[in-house]
Design a protein around this ligand. Sequence first.
Ligand code: ADP
Length: 191
Amino acid sequence: MLNIVLFGPPGAGKGTQAARLIDKYELVHLSTGDILRAEIKAESQLGKEAKNFMEKGELVPDSVVIGMIETKIDSNLSAKGFIFDGFPRTTAQALALDTMLTKKHLSITLMLALEVDDDELIKRLLLRGKDSGRADDQDQKIIENRIHVYNKETAPVIDFYDNQNKFKAVTGVGSIDEIFGRLCNAIDAVK
Ligand code: ADP
């Protein structure tokens, strides 16, 4: 299996690039943000729990997202691989993912981290907020909190994969095609 962690701050372009990567490499897309938004829409118990955190730009508790991911992996065990998008977002989530995958005789192949500076991120997210309808993209304070939470709780996940020699930084500025090309080169180098 080709299992990729697509990493980067909010607004880095993970969703856009994930859509292209799943097409090219025939992977299953696991986006915790998308799954959580679907749960909110369905007004499930999980969705109700997650909503309060997401509206503030805080992280949903680890136990909630870890359980969600395991369910999705188990229902796609014959896939060619997975793209993890927006997960793991804490070192605890990264550890739990490793343990979970090892149990299933699987592992992460590569972590690709999209790098974009904060000013550009804020610009992109406010623009997305105008037509996506996502409340967390419409308020500069909430956006800044998400970037703050990313720097404090999520960025350390880089060390986790760097220590396993699986971390690769990719410049997330340029055209969508250019960035996609960089990601493909990094994947093809380890495949
Ligand atoms: P973005 O990367 O653009 O911030 P996402 O769609 O990945 O957006 O996530 C939106 C929100 O969902 C996050 O701000 C957070 O509240 C919640 N969330 C998504 N993934 C996770 C996760 N792995 N752990 C905790 N919370 C998460």
